[in-house]
Design a protein around this ligand. Structure first.
Ligand code: GCU
Length: 674
């Protein structure tokens, strides 16, 4: 049997069972020749490879598959299929007959649209859907669907848990690792259309000529797959590599530096996507160093790349040098006043929550609050705060929860998804970015199940209203087996997995209670040091009397950053969902929760529930061994054992710590921490 290590991701194309394959072969035909363009050649090759793998080499049912655009294929033009709704990247798949023989048409306005259609067509077979009568049109709802690699030039990856950076900077541009092609295929298959190559904590070196040449080599490899490269730009580059004394965005020499730099990059990479910038955050340089604003900084860069069609993604993850009374308020406070002042080709990139990618955060209050500024979503695919790559946590549910949250910005139904896809405010440019979890590990993501997070990110960027459960089902079927005896329990396990992590790490709205700086394992006792808002005690505020961060009017009043109906619901103890309780409220330990239990007992109950959930995941996975190859099954089982041990660690350490503060006994039946 072929060794399975996960390198193929969800593009495994393993043979369908004989009966199934025969049925598919009746409607699938031979692939007609395509026009001679790089992308159509790639599309045809992928289709051939996929069909050969899934259905075998012989497909002599007499049918045909026709790929292309009306512009390059007279046969497709003659069919006059309406394609307007397919836009620049979408496609239409239509089954017809031609002289009594089955004809499947995968048509689009652009070659990239055709490629996306090919991947969809293959996914239909991979997930064992019917393909004999199709009329399917699909197009992405978000324009920029980007991975953000936090990859350093020395190949270390900030918050990376899957080996080194896959960018082999040393050997680029001459050596193009074949892995770059697989990377491009995987991304194209889920519609990701851009990659920011380097860390947001950027080095200016990445903008020097040698690195531009390296980025150009990657861009060339990705181009047929519709993936553009972007770079993180360090704001002080004019000083470090431009020989200037300042990086003041209003200084003419600084503006000239950036314009020349943009021109230089576009000369090497004509379709360069643009810059991502982390400025005035966590010690990074920025316009505020010169008394200028985020808008001044972003607009200067936007002017440099604008004439070439590029964009600037300016991050809203900022916090000032002064230690704030409530860090959750910082992003909103610094950006909201500038609504309407950013250039058209700037997108302000906002993390899903106001703190920092915690296992659960309420949606960021900037969503819905900046109708005149393009706002994009930043999710974190790498699991910095959810147990790195050894804890199984499917993040599709977390992202869906945020995207479905209602901002009430323009009345009920103003979901975050509608902000992000631009419909609510009529944004000219829309963006969803995901901090990548990709590295040199053979399985790319450090664990088999973390591949699902890469996959789900792509699917949600394409359609922010998609169902995380449907996505999980497709992924599980493509990655392991479409056998329902596998996908049923596996998807159920995935759907509950993130909630288990929330329970054993930070139940009921608790947050930021992990070990200092590495962010692994419990650290609710973390106090002192450089900044109060890098400690745990700042966030849980536990004392003898109670626990939680009061963000209502009696506390930091962060709730006021939300639209009034949302603020009212978060403030009102009878309305707030208990999942967010201690994010917004400081409550006595004996506060009566909806279960009837006092708060302390409820917290302990949830910690234990999280541990039990991991027991359940282990049992489920053990039962699934008949459906999974030994190597991948064994790896997942081993990781689950680590997760089980560490869930217990989180529970025990958290309970013991809080007991040291409140002096309360454990509820009946709860095992004491060792
Ligand atoms: C988190 C993370 C950092 C990262 C930062 C960011 O704080 O721990 O490693 O640089 O987010 O998003 O900029």
């Amino acid at each position: 049997a072929r060794a399975e290590n996960g390198h193929d991701l969800w593009l495994r194309y393993r043979p369908a069972a004989a009966g199934e394959a025969a049925a598919y072969r009746a409607s699938v035909g031979v692939v007609a020749p395509v026009a001679d363009t790089p992308t159509l050649k790639v599309a045809r090759a992928e289709l051939e490879q996929g069909l050969a793998g899934l259905l075998g080499e012989r497909r002599d049912g007499g049918g045909q598959i026709l790929l292309g655009t009306p512009g390059s294929s007279p046969r497709i033009a003659a069919l006059k299929l309406p394609l307007d709704a397919a836009g620049d990247e979408g496609f239409r798949i239509r089954t017809l007959t031609d002289g009594g023989r089955p004809l499947t048409v995968i048509a689009a306005n652009t070659d990239i649209g055709v490629l996306h259609g090919v991947y969809r067509y293959l996914a239909l077979i991979q997930t064992r859907q019917a393909i004999d009568r199709l009329d399917l049109l699909d197009a992405p709802k978000v324009r920029y669907r980007l991975l953000n690699h936090w990859d350093n030039l020395d190949r270390s990856v900030e918050r990376g848990y899957s080996g080194q950076s896959i960018w082999d900077w040393w050997r680029l541009p001459d050596v193009k690792d074949p892995r770059y092609l697989d990377y491009a295929r995987a991304n194209a298959s889920i519609g990701i259309n851009g990659a920011v190559l380097n860390n947001v904590n950027a080095k200016s070196d990445s903008l020097t000529a040698p690195y531009i040449a390296k980025a150009a080599a990657l861009a060339g490899t990705f181009r047929p797959y519709g993936i553009k490269v972007y770079l993180s730009a360090r704001f002080s580059s004019p000083i470090e590599i431009g020989g200037l004394k300042t990086a003041d965005p209003l200084d003419p020499a600084v503006r000239a530096f950036w314009k020349a730099k943009a021109d230089e990059i576009y000369k090497a990479i004509p379709d360069f996507g643009g810059f991502l910038v982390k400025a005035n955050s966590e010690g990074q340089p920025g316009p505020q160093d010169y008394g200028r604003t985020h808008a001044d900084g972003a607009n200067m860069l936007a002017q440099a790349v604008g004439p070439h069609g590029g964009i600037v993604m300016w991050r809203a993850f900022v916090y000032s040098h002064e230690q704030p009374d409530d860090r959750a308020k910082q992003g909103y406070s610094e950006f909201k006043p500038f609504d309407g002042q950013f250039a058209e080709n700037v997108i302000v990139q906002v993390k899903n929550g106001a703190i920092d990618f915690q296992p659960r955060e309420p949606f960021h209050p900037l969503f819905g609050a900046m109708p005149k500024t393009n706002l994009g979503m930043e999710f974190q695919i790498t699991k910095e705060y959810l147990g790195f790559s050894t804890h199984l946590a499917y993040l599709g549910t977390m992202w869906e929860e945020v995207l479905k949250a209602d901002t009430f910005a323009a009345g009920q139904g103003s979901t975050v998804a509608k902000v992000v896809d631009g419909k609510l405010h009529g944004y000219s440019r829309t963006l969803m970015a995901g901090v990548a979890n990709i590295g040199t590990d053979r399985n790319w993501s450090g664990s088999q199940f973390d591949q699902a997070n890469w996959y789900a990110f792509g699917r949600l960027a394409w359609d922010p209203e998609a169902s995380s459960e449907a996505i999980a089902r497709d992924w599980a079927a493509m990655t392991f087996t479409p056998d329902r005896r596998f996908t049923g329990p596996a998807v159920k396990m995935m759907m509950g997995s993130r909630e288990a992590v929330v329970d054993y790490m930070t139940p009921m709205g608790l947050h930021h209670l992990m070990g200092r700086s590495h962010h692994y394992g419990p650290g609710p006792w973390v106090a002192g040091g450089e900044r109060a808002d890098w400690t745990s005690v700042y966030y849980h505020k536990a004392d003898k009397a109670g626990i939680g961060f009061d963000r209502t009017a009696s506390g930091s009043n962060a709730v006021a950053q939300y639209a009034p109906p949302v603020a009212a619901a978060f403030s009102d103890l009878s309305k707030i969902d208990e999942k967010d309780l201690l994010w917004f409220h400081h409550l006595p330990w004996d506060y009566r929760t909806r279960s009837g239990r006092p708060l302390w007992d409820e917290l302990v109950n949830r910690y234990s529930r999280g541990v039990k959930a991991v027991d359940g995941m282990q049992a489920t996975w053990a039962d699934l061994s008949p459906y999974v190859d030994a190597e991948r099954h064994g790896e997942v089982a081993t990781y689950l054992a680590i997760q089980r041990r560490e869930a217990q660690w989180w529970r025990d350490a958290s309970i013991a710590y809080f007991q040291s503060i409140n002096g309360l006994p454990l509820p009946k039946g709860e095992a004491p921490p060792p």
